[in-house]
Design a protein around this ligand. Structure first.
Ligand code: DON
Length: 610
């Protein structure tokens, strides 16, 4: 589901016009004119950045129609479910970090999927062998689908902090789904990355593939009347249409009794979801994490996200170095080692706090960070590095056997939005892998997530403690969690990213690039990435892997790198794409998206500066 062969040759529009899918009701036509996709926009009145032009435009439209940043984020996220259904939409979940200008408060919304009530710690174990299932195999199964949380998150955000309504905020997405959009090369690549799973389900084939089961050709006008209908029903009846109504029943039916293409071997383990699981789902408002870094207050997501605690711990470790004054190779060595150690603690201690004790204040304590910093000398530590002891009083450099975290991959997206009142929303959301489980809910036009494989499949050793084992109602640990930075109580910037476990390192590296190395945010985002997640090597994009800095890090500090590459770069094994926002003051904003990764994102403002 993630391996992406080179895009099929010969997928031309002309060749495929003879065989268009029925479910998508596609037609040939001209792309609608509009603003171009640009990675940076500066102006007033509010701003939005996302992976996609149509989605960012939906957010801008919400702002223009009187909505605030919360409304804009929901409009953008729901539209992304139309235009990039492989990473977004009603079948997934995510986390929002929100700055409320009126009260100068940062709040978060935990919109993470939950495991159905029948989940057990052994659910991803092969009963025949007693061994954990293969990660990719398990991720293809309907069993990997958690209770979809996106709609509850949108509704919670709007009712708590929005100016509009769910019905109003879904209108741009409804229009986009009806109007359709042009398939481009990125969309085609994303389809390729999930092709066997999409082919396994007639409903996914009908929506996203040609009748022969190939990706849609570039230039094809893809409409999704089923998703337009779904959004219209949600607009009319509210979230209960999903959580206690016909849409919920369709989701449960699709998950537990999947209709598959004859002969497919992909979907072998059906889901275990019930209507009670859906009825029990609640998106939760939670207090953010906060650490001080170079005079900034850095806010992010608390558990079950590991972003706030891991970014926070790494920044606390790095606070002990004057990175700006260090030679760049040494500063990056400190970054890689801080990240390695913070990841060791993440894997050992972070899980759903409603089920396990998470020592969050210890993980975020500068005194605990000092016990970790003292492990960093002048050579790369061996991985897996052991976790520290985040329970006060903090000792010095403790160690014990580290648990192994499950690998993570797939894809997600980060949306940033600001309104003219300076409210800010940073929203990372996903259906997990590109294409989630691959299953489209028949008649409703969206893919289901495969988020439950973010749980560990087994403890590090039989009977050992593991905070991230599955259980009924539990949320798997996540790496998703954008950041909002304040200085003297005023918002300065926000950044968030996609990319599984590299989300955390991408955010960290962008903060260092910007705050310590003085890069403007667009350059900080674009710079080549390197990600250390307590693994033997750090994953490096080619621009980093082939740099003199990488050579110095290897020769002087013993760092090792794996090249993030292949025929599919940047789609597979790549440190994910990011979006950011800079508050320029006096009502001006800079929205920033990727210039290149994943074909580039889209930054827009309400009133562009001349
Ligand atoms: O929650 C998480 O951390 C992941 N399931 C998010 C998915 C993701 O970022 C994969 N992206 N490339």
């Amino acid at each position: 589901m993630r391996r992406l062969p080179a895009v099929s040759a010969g997928l031309t529009l002309a060749a495929l016009l003879v065989a268009l899918p029925s479910g998508a009701r596609a037609s040939a036509g001209q792309a609608s004119a509009g603003p171009a996709k640009e990675p940076v926009a500066v102006g007033t009145g509010g701003a939005v950045a996302s992976m996609d032009l149509g989605a960012s435009q939906a957010g801008i439209d919400a702002l223009k129609h009187g909505g605030n940043a919360i409304d804009a984020a929901v409009a953008t996220a729901s539209t992304l479910g139309v235009t990039i259904p492989f990473v977004a939409g009603p079948g997934g979940g995510g986390f929002m970090v929100i700055y409320l200008a009126k009260t100068h408060q940062v709040v978060t919304i935990d919109g993470r999927e939950t495991c159905p009530g029948a989940c057990t710690p052994a659910m991803f174990t092969d009963p025949k062998t007693g061994q954990p299932l293969g990660y990719d195999y398990a991720s293809d199964q309907p069993l990997a689908t958690g209770v979809p949380a996106m709609v509850a998150t949108w509704a919670k955000a709007i009712s708590s902090y929005g100016r509009g309504s769910l019905a109003a905020d879904l209108q741009p997405a409804i229009a986009q789904a009806e109007r359709g959009f042009r398939v481009d090369a990125d969309f085609q690549q994303l389809t390729e990355s999930d092709l066997p799973e999409l082919q396994a389900y007639p409903a996914s084939r009908a929506l996203l593939l040609t009748p022969a089961g190939n990706p849609l050709p570039v230039g094809y006008l893809l409409r999704n009347p089923d998703l337009a209908k779904t959004y219209r029903l949600l607009a009319r009846y509210g979230p209960s249409y999903l959580y206690d109504g016909p849409l919920g029943r369709a989701i449960v039916q699709a998950d537990d009794h999947p209709v598959t293409t004859a002969g497919t071997t992909v979907a072998a383990l059906p889901g275990i979801m019930t209507m009670s699981d859906l009825r029990a789902y609640q998106a939760m408002v939670l207090p953010p994490t906060r650490v001080r870094y170079r005079g900034l207050d850095i806010y992010s997501m608390p558990p079950p996200s590991s972003s706030g605690s891991t970014v926070g711990e790494a920044l606390n470790i790095l606070s002990g170095y004057h990175l700006a004054a260090e030679p760049r190779a040494m500063a990056l060595f400190h970054y890689l080692e801080a990240s390695r150690l913070a990841y060791a603690d993440r894997d050992a201690y972070v899980g759903d706090p409603r089920y396990v004790g998470v020592p969050l204040s210890g993980l975020l304590s500068p005194a605990f960070a000092a016990t970790r910093r003292c492990l960093i000398h002048n050579q790369a530590l061996a991985s897996p590095a052991a976790p520290g002891d985040p329970y006060p009083p903090f000792g010095s450099c403790p160690s014990h056997n580290p648990p192994q975290a499950a690998p993570e991959g797939g894809h997600t997206n980060n949306i940033v939005a600001v309104d003219k009142w300076d409210n800010i929303v940073a929203y990372t959301n996903t259906i997990n892998f590109f294409g989630g489980s691959g299953e489209t809910v028949p008649g409703y036009g969206f893919l289901l997530n495969n988020e439950m494989t973010d749980f560990d499949f087994a403890p590090p050793s039989p009977g050992a403690y593991d905070p991230n084992l599955p259980a009924g109602g539990k949320q798997p640990r996540s790496s998703m969690g954008p950041v909002i930075a304040l200085r003297d109580g005023k918002p300065v910037f926000s950044v968030g990213a996609a990319g599984g476990s590299t989300i955390i390192t991408t955010i960290l590296q962008i903060i260092l690039n910007h705050v310590d190395f003085g890069m403007p945010l667009p350059a900080a985002l674009a710079a080549p990435r390197v990600s250390q997640t307590n693994s033997a090597t750090s994953l490096a994009e080619p621009g980093f892997y082939n740099s003199a800095l990488a050579q110095q890090l290897t020769s002087r500090f013993g760092e090792k790198f794996t090249l993030a590459t292949g025929p599919i770069l940047p789609l597979d094994h790549y440190p994910g794409d990011a979006t950011a926002l800079q508050i320029l003051g006096h009502g001006s904003y800079e929205a920033i998206a990727e210039p290149v990764r994943l074909g580039g994102g889209s930054a827009l403002v309400v009133h562009p500066s001349p």
